[in-house]
Design a protein around this ligand. Structure first.
Ligand code: SAM
Length: 441
């Protein structure tokens, strides 16, 4: 594939990501599906370029505005090639040549833009701080409140591409065997520092190079996500609910913890994701689970199963601020249409309803991939105030091996401090109605 054709593919993707509400990874995988003309190298180069545009969008837009230009995907690409990739104007003109599979030929005023941008640097001291760190307006206040003096450092970490973390499916193999295979393939792979069955692959490569992935022996899962599943601490033979299971990232990890014994119900309001979850369970050789589509968080099924589960995980829908490293488009899509407040209210409703499933003495884990206090500590505080039967089980009690959480009681991970996605998890226990030796019959 020619360099011009790669640029044209980048442009198609950038335009679609800019206009549709779907996440970029869904747009990208949809675009490449069934297209044999793109080999791994083409895909890698196009993906890098799309991500470069998304990770520098605020700064590119600042440069475009400075020169009175519209912030369109095509203008952003032209600006990036000049300011970021530092390509000479004439070389860009040769690539934007209007040929078959190439971007439309450069207009005169586009060429003028390239000349004006020549010698500019992607970072400029006159840029406002939020532009320099690519922080969208809707999140700047809450993130500054959360991080204070560390705001800049955390934002910078959110702009770096993450390493590839995988979780070993111990129902099928062992971390030792997987490490051995990865090393034999010439990949740089090491055990994760905190997640017992996790491995980090530091080197960039196409996923097609991982045969263990095809065999269902490993799953791609950030260390933070692996740790959330670990905090559920589901034991073989127990009854467990993963209330917001989605496509099952954590369901699979929990079902594996249970060593295929007992029962896990993966609930969600999204049928497509649950279908994917069931497929992944099958591929992973897990048969201790079922999926359950809920009409809403207050579906009648929840009432019928009240008090019936040893462990319940609520991996709530959230702003996703902790995942901006891997989803660089997410920062440019404000949380849902109704904003952060509506999201926080939904989380509260989900948590209150899912809590009904926990049996006396059982464990409730509330988690998000958000960095915002409103969705995390404040959400838990609100729940505890309204539900006195639950109390916090401090992190050092449930996971003494995690010694570097950013919060003394909860799991709180940030990209700058832990080199994981931003994750939050609170472990709660239902303390009422527990029958002990002292409880009168
Ligand atoms: C953070 S994602 C879950 C990710 C998943 N646990 C994983 O590890 O791959 C949150 C999920 O909550 C689901 N959700 C949204 N509203 C819900 C509701 N009212 N009740 C239950 N689940 C809901 C979404 O469909 C989404 O799949």
């Amino acid at each position: 594939m020619t360099p011009a054709a790669r640029l044209q593919a980048t442009l198609i993707l950038a335009e679609e990501i800019d206009t549709v509400a779907r996440p970029a990874d869904a747009v990208i995988s949809g675009f490449f599906r069934g297209k044999k003309a793109f080999d791994d190298e083409d895909r890698g180069a196009i993906l890098d370029l799309v991500n470069d545009l998304l990770r520098h969008q605020a700064r590119l837009d600042w440069w475009l505005a400075k020169h009175g230009r519209k912030t369109t995907p095509r203008n952003r690409l032209l600006a990036w090639l000049t300011v970021g990739a530092r390509k000479p104007a004439d070389q860009i003109k040769r690539l934007f040549n209007g040929g078959k599979f190439a971007p439309e030929a450069l207009a005169d005023q586009e060429y003028t833009l390239l000349i004006k941008l020549k010698g500019s640097t992607i970072q400029h001291p006159s840029m406002p701080e939020d532009v320099q760190v690519e922080c969208p307006e809707w999140a700047a206040g809450p993130l500054r409140d959360r991080f204070g003096a560390d705001f800049g450092t955390e934002m910078a970490a959110l702009l770096t591409p993450p390493a590839l973390d995988v979780r070993v499916n111990t129902v099928k193999t062992t971390p030792k065997e997987v490490l051995h295979e990865l090393t034999a393939l010439g990949l740089e792979a090491d055990p994760l520092p905190r997640a017992a069955n996790g491995i980090r692959i530091s080197q960039r490569m196409a996923l097609s190079r991982l045969p263990a992935l095809k065999r269902g022996e490993i799953e791609i899962q950030d260390e933070g996500s692996q740790l959330v599943a670990m905090l559920v601490d589901a034991q073989p033979g127990e009854r467990v609910v993963d209330f917001c299971a989605g496509a099952g990232g954590k369901t699979l990890a929990i079902a594996t913890q249970m060593n295929n014994k007992g029962h896990i119900v993966a609930c969600d309001v999204n049928e497509g994701r649950l279908k994917r979850c069931a497929e992944r369970m099958r591929k992973a050789g897990l048969h201790n689970g079922e999926t359950r589509l809920l009409a809403s968080e207050t579906d009648r099924w929840v009432k019928r199963r009240k008090g019936g589960y040893d462990r319940v995980l609520v991996d709530a829908p959230c702003s996703g601020t902790g995942t901006w490293r891997r989803n660089p488009d997410a920062r440019w899509r404000a949380p849902e249409e109704k904003g952060l407040e509506a999201l926080v209210a939904l989380q509260a409703r989900i948590l209150a309803s899912a809590a009904r499933l926990v049996k006396p003495g059982g464990r409730l884990v509330y988690a998000t991939c958000s960095l915002l206090t409103e969705e995390n500590e404040a959400q838990v505080a609100g729940f505890l105030a309204a539900n006195p039967a639950f109390r916090v089980v401090p992190l050092p009690e449930v996971a003494p091996q995690i010694t570097d959480s950013a919060h003394p009681e909860f799991l709180s991970l940030t990209p700058a401090r832990h080199d994981t996605d931003g994750f939050f998890a609170a472990v709660l226990r239902r303390d009422d109605g527990v029958v002990t030796a002292e409880t009168p019959a």
